[in-house]
Design a protein around this ligand. Structure first.
Ligand SMILES: Cc1cc2nc3c(=O)[nH]c(=O)nc-3n(C[C@H](O)[C@H](O)[C@H](O)COP(=O)(O)OP(=O)(O)OC[C@H]3O[C@@H](n4cnc5c(N)ncnc54)[C@H](O)[C@@H]3O)c2cc1C
Length: 595
């Protein structure tokens, strides 16, 4: 069975030594996140993930979800009991305000819990993960009545949440949505239509499922400007929260798919189901964006989580598997061959994955803290800056972390040679599971377009200029430190590439938008490398500070990994820049019939 050990020490190092979470004590909920509270939550989650969720991962993959003739869906053996433990542990509402039954603790803790759970069992972790997204949308856009009726039940895990956008003819282009809503005299709506690919659309983990559904009210404009968001419960709750009549929503089928078999991906049929408007009419996409942005960060965490668990297994295998001798002569004379970890090419793979994982985790936690500043700070300027950061970094986190999360799962599988292709070792499941993260929540090509087409120019480029300013300022400040110079110098150079790429778009893509479309994916990855490089500088600065008091060697390992990132991964920014500057002419030259 594949192993998983939650990276507890790493997250504590990031929270305490790199991001100094104690400095945010003025934000609500941070004072309560004292070191002992944080350690207790992180430790308990780690134990649950290692002992309960990890063994269920293979079972979930093999059994999958089954739909009964009545449209009910049964999750794999053990999922119900594990879900009960999640509910009892209070994990779903860790960061939800206490007035809705949550603990109100920093979002960073939620992200840590989600990373651990996803590494242990991605399909399972999606059930509470989607509920968290639906809670965020209701808290931001729901009426007071909707919040008090739905959110506490969802925080308590009694009801779960879903997001319903996709239809057979409509994926990326949500303007094509056909699901209809008809206003009723009592103020509710009748929802009719069919949604496909709905994660956790039907299951047996909770008594009720709260569907957030995008639909078009009769007479509303065509396109995305005519979409409204509705809350459509599977069972209609009475005003006191007890369950009433069954609503006209049902699961018509579950998809047979490549991975995440333990998560039900459903066709959901709405046959005149009762729904209630969330936010204003025709402003549904705006409201759904809260859930989508939340989910996009969650999907970025999935990329990291799959890369982490794949790495751990590959590293262990590389230490155990005996093949060949080191190029420089035998390292383990007592054995018939050396373990493959002696080979530079195997180490290159492991170092590449590790250098990604540790910086990606820092990026997630840094952004989680920004998310709290954006929602909890008393200072309007701070809130605006943090919100800018979230908007700019969300497509980068979603797109880059999932592209590389999948690539890393494949590289880790390669360390196993032929055994990686054999089901017993579990590596092929990581590859299959990780693949979806590049596709859903807006395929990664769309994330890149969002970054280049919307986020760069937003508010006159305020967010990207602030990001450039922060990294540039840090590089300048640290360049005087001899220990940091070898790290900040390459990051400064990579930032220069990013700035040149941004300028190239400004000069060339306005007149010819295909230039932006053809370069967007490279730009997103160039951005990702710069921000991961910046994270490595921040990590290394903290590691230097602890070097003398670290007999475990973990801090030294951080510094070596930081150097590896600068030498081996960051130079790719030059390639991305060259591709961007080559423009769209060749990409667009062949006529469609030539393909
Ligand atoms: C397992 C699974 C779970 C899912 N869960 C949910 C869920 O819970 N709720 C939900 O609503 N949906 C869900 N989805 C749907 C998912 O979000 C969509 O599949 C995804 O958004 C892409 O839509 P599509 O499949 O129709 O692809 P299309 O929109 O047809 O896109 C096909 C390809 O074309 C590219 N493309 C499309 N338009 C453009 C453009 N303008 N410019 C450049 N490239 C473009 C895309 O990047 C993509 O690579 C799920 C899907 C799967 C497989």
């Amino acid at each position: 069975m594949p192993l998983y050990k939650a990276p507890v020490e790493d997250v504590l190092f990031l929270l305490n030594d790199v991001f100094h979470i104690e400095r945010f004590a003025n934000l609500s909920g941070f004072a309560e996140a004292s070191p002992d509270v944080v350690e207790a939550i992180v430790g308990e989650t780690a134990e649950f993930c290692e002992k309960v969720l990890t063994p269920l991962n293979r079972i979930g993959d093999q059994q999958g979800c089954r739909r009964g003739p009545d449209g009910s869906v049964t999750t794999p053996e053990g999922f119900r009991q594990a879900y009960r433990q999640v509910v009892d542990g209070g994990w779903i509402g860790i960061s939800v305000p206490p007035e809705f039954g949550g603990l109100g603790l920093p979002v960073a803790l939620t992200q840590i819990v989600n990373e651990f759970m996803t590494s242990a069992n991605m399909a399972f972790a999606m059930y509470p993960g989607l509920t968290q997204g639906a809670i965020a949308a209701l808290l931001t856009h729901g009426t007071a009545e909707q919040k008090s009726l739905y959110v506490p039940k969802m925080v308590a895990g009694e009801w779960t949440g879903t997001m319903n956008l996709t239809e057979p003819q409509c994926g990326t282009d949500l303007g094509l949505i056909r699901t209809r809503a008809v206003r009723q005299p009592d103020g509710s709506y009748r929802i009719t239509g069919s949604k496909i690919f709905i994660s956790a659309g039907e299951h047996d983990l909770a008594a009720n499922i709260v569907h957030l559904v995008l639909a078009r009210i009769e007479g509303a404009p065509e396109g995305t400007r005519g979409l409204s968001l509705f809350v459509v419960p599977k069972v209609i709750p009475n005003p006191d929260g007890t369950l009433g009549a069954r609503n006209a929503v049902s699961c018509g089928a579950i998809e047979e798919k490549m991975g995440i078999h333990g998560n039900s991906t459903c066709v959901m049929n709405y046959d005149g189901a009762a729904g209630w408007l969330v936010a204003q009419e025709n402003r549904g996409l705006n409201a759904m964006f809260v859930m989508m942005n939340e989910a996009r960060l969650g999907v970025g965490v999935q990329g990291l989580a799959m890369s982490e668990v794949a790495y751990q297994n590959a590293a262990q295998y590389a230490k155990d598997r005996l093949q060949g001798r080191a190029i420089t002569g035998a390292k383990f004379d007592d054995k018939p061959a050396d373990p493959i970890i002696v080979h530079p090419d195997v180490r290159r793979v492991l170092m590449t994955i590790r250098a990604f994982n540790e910086a990606a985790r820092a990026l997630i936690l840094w952004t989680a803290i920004k998310s709290d500043v954006a929602h909890r700070s008393d200072d309007a300027g701070e809130r605006e800056a943090a919100d800018d950061h979230m908007g700019l970094l969300t497509p980068v986190i979603k797109g880059v972390l999932t592209d590389l999360g999948f690539a890393n799962a494949v590289m880790a599988q390669q360390v196993f040679g032929g055994h990686g292709y054999i089901r017993e070792w579990g590596m092929e499941q990581f590859v299959r599971d990780a693949r979806i993260a590049m596709i859903y929540e807006g395929a990664n090509g769309i994330q890149a377009l969002d970054l280049v087409g919307r986020k760069l120019a937003k508010d006159g480029g305020r967010a990207v200029m602030a990001f450039f300013g922060e990294v540039q300022g840090y590089v300048k400040e640290q360049a005087a430190d001899a220990a940091m110079k070898p790290l900040v110098e390459p990051v400064g150079k990579a930032l220069g590439h990013l700035q040149q790429a941004t300028m190239w778009f400004m000069q060339n893509a306005v007149a010819k938008p295909d230039h932006a479309g053809a370069g967007a994916s490279d730009y997103m990855h160039l951005f990702g490398l710069v921000v991961l490089g910046y994270m490595w500088c921040r990590i290394a600065a903290a590691a230097h500070g602890r070097l003398d008091s670290d007999p475990s060697g973990r801090m030294k390992a951080k510094l070596v990994t930081a150097r590896f990132f600068m030498e081996r991964m960051l130079p790719e920014t030059a390639t991305h820049l060259a591709r961007i500057q080559s423009g769209a002419d060749t990409v667009m030259e062949l006529p469609a019939e030539a393909f």
